[in-house]
Design a protein around this ligand. Structure first.
Ligand code: PGA
Length: 252
């Protein structure tokens, strides 16, 4: 059985004070959360303060990005090692905004996944097709390319520390969620690919999250899909009530 995972990606939002206030509400609202993992990814500047607020809470801390070296002359970058030091357990890698706005390639993302896992953290490895790619019926070939290169060279032990997030680019921040059928179809395809690459047993254990306009009113239907194991939530993770409700999804 795969334990559901709900992660909030706060992106470039919230001052330290605002982040602490939201973390306090989440620590309260999710104090009794069970049978699912929950994490939030604040801006780097707020990580230390949010870590202190969440230290007694079941809500884990995640980084939004990293550079794939432990330390060195890399001005402006943050390593998995430093994220771990500040209390992170997970790092989002290869988000479509990193790919599209900052030119991150599949190969570079692969080095990040390896660095994150090598530091003892979990990589939340993001993939997803653009609207043009979907309309050209290239969704599966794009996903396959992203998965094969992004996870190239990872062994079975490392893959136990990788979570895949399927985030169709056309659904991110647009209010346009994939239908449950579209999400399940993509997740099923990704799991089949993981089975080819890493074997059936491991593929059944790897969690595949859906991301893209997840909200309180669509989470239950998404989580009812057999291969949807959780969600990566952007906009709706900035409001405590909404995120608490998402984390409290019902799929029984
Ligand atoms: P959204 O973002 O929920 O605001 O669509 C999702 C994401 O980018 O992870």
């Amino acid at each position: 059985m795969r334990k559901p995972f709900i992660a909030g990606n706060w992106k470039l939002h919230k001052t330290v004070a605002e982040s602490v206030a939201l973390a306090r509400e989440l620590a309260h609202g999710l104090a009794d959360v069970k049978e699912r993992d929950v994490a939030v990814a604040p801006a780097f500047t707020a990580l230390a303060s949010v870590a202190a607020v969440l230290s007694e809470s079941p809500v884990a801390l995640a980084g939004q990005n990293c550079y794939p070296e432990a330390q060195g002359a890399f001005t402006g970058e943050v390593s998995p090692y430093l994220l771990k030091d500040v209390g992170c357990r997970h790092v989002i890698v290869g988000h479509s905004e990193r790919r599209q706005l900052f030119g991150e390639t599949d190969g570079f993302i692969n080095t990040k996944v390896k660095a994150v896992v090598g530091a003892g953290l979990t990589a939340i490895f993001c993939i997803g097709e653009t609207l043009a790619e979907r309309e050209e019926e290239r969704t599966f070939s794009v996903l396959e390319h992203q998965v094969r290169i992004g996870l190239n060279g990872l062994d079975a032990t490392s893959m136990q520390h990788v979570i895949v997030a399927y985030e169709p680019v056309w659904a991110i921040g647009t209010g346009r969620t994939a239908t449950t059928g579209q999400a399940q179809e993509a997740h099923g395809f990704i799991r089949g690919l993981l089975a080819e690459m890493f074997g059936d047993v491991l593929a059944q254990e790897i969690r595949i999250l859906y991301g893209g306009s997840v909200k309180a009113d669509n989470i239950d239907a998404l989580m009812a899909q057999p291969d949807v194991d959780g969600a990566l939530v952007g906009g709706a993770s900035l409001k405590a009530d909404e995120f608490v409700r998402i984390a409290a999804f019902q799929n029984l």
